[in-house]
Design a protein. Structure first.
Length: 210
């Protein structure tokens, strides 16, 4: 399955050979030669270039390099649909993994009030810490774990608005407008500073912070 990048070109690491041409993109199934060595930590393989707008790329985005999770935001919620989810900010996309749907959360609250809500929230926290911090799953494993999990590639995001103070109390908001989907997510406010820095770095010129 190919990906369509909105004005992005492949950026070769300094320790790799130069590409065959200035407009070269990795073909399907391509992997770098192991003798080239790893790319520098945090290396961005895709850089904005208007000359590449709409160009089709048939290979995988990672170019043979493992995807890196830069930050994890547990206990995130979808402002429209509710529920608990884990949000992962990787070096190439934003990944959302539902942990408890709205029905499960409301059932917990009905059964145990605030205690039930805390238990539901704790379940989401535990799933993150056991399965991601422990490196049990890859990002692709997370996406395959449930039909409701999804990813938005940074190259598909046209605009993102980050709001420090928003509802629910103690949360910040992330409004995303992309070719994949438009969504508003709320995440814990104490993570706002780090999350906004990561996203501003991944999406230069496309993030508004309020």
């Amino acid at each position: 399955m190919g990906y369509r990048f909105m004005g992005y070109r492949f950026k070769t690491p300094p320790n790799w050979p130069a590409p065959p041409s200035a407009d070269w993109l990795p073909p399907e199934g391509w992997r770098p030669d192991a003798s080239w060595g790893p790319a520098p930590d945090g290396w961005g393989f895709w850089v904005e270039d208007p000359g590449f707008a709409g160009q089709q790329f048939a290979g995988s985005q990672d170019a043979g390099v493992a995807e890196t999770v830069l930050m994890t935001l547990p206990k995130t919620t979808d402002v429209k649909w509710g529920g608990f989810m884990n949000m992962y900010l990787t070096d190439r996309r934003l990944v959302v993994e539902p942990v408890l749907g709205t029905g499960a959360v409301m059932g917990s609250v009905a059964a145990g009030g605030l205690v039930g809500l805390h238990m539901a929230s704790k379940h989401a926290q535990n799933k993150w810490s056991q399965e991601v911090d422990g490196r049990v799953r890859t990002v692709d494993d997370i996406l395959a774990s449930t039909a409701n999990a999804y990813a938005i590639h940074y190259g598909d995001i046209a605009e993102m608005v980050l709001i420090r103070k928003a509802l629910p109390v103690g949360y910040s908001r992330c409004k995303i407008r992309s070719t994949h989907k438009n969504v508003t997510l709320a995440f814990k406010r104490e993570m706002f500073g780090e999350a906004s820095a990561v996203l501003a770095d991944r999406l230069p010129g496309r993030v508004t912070i309020k």
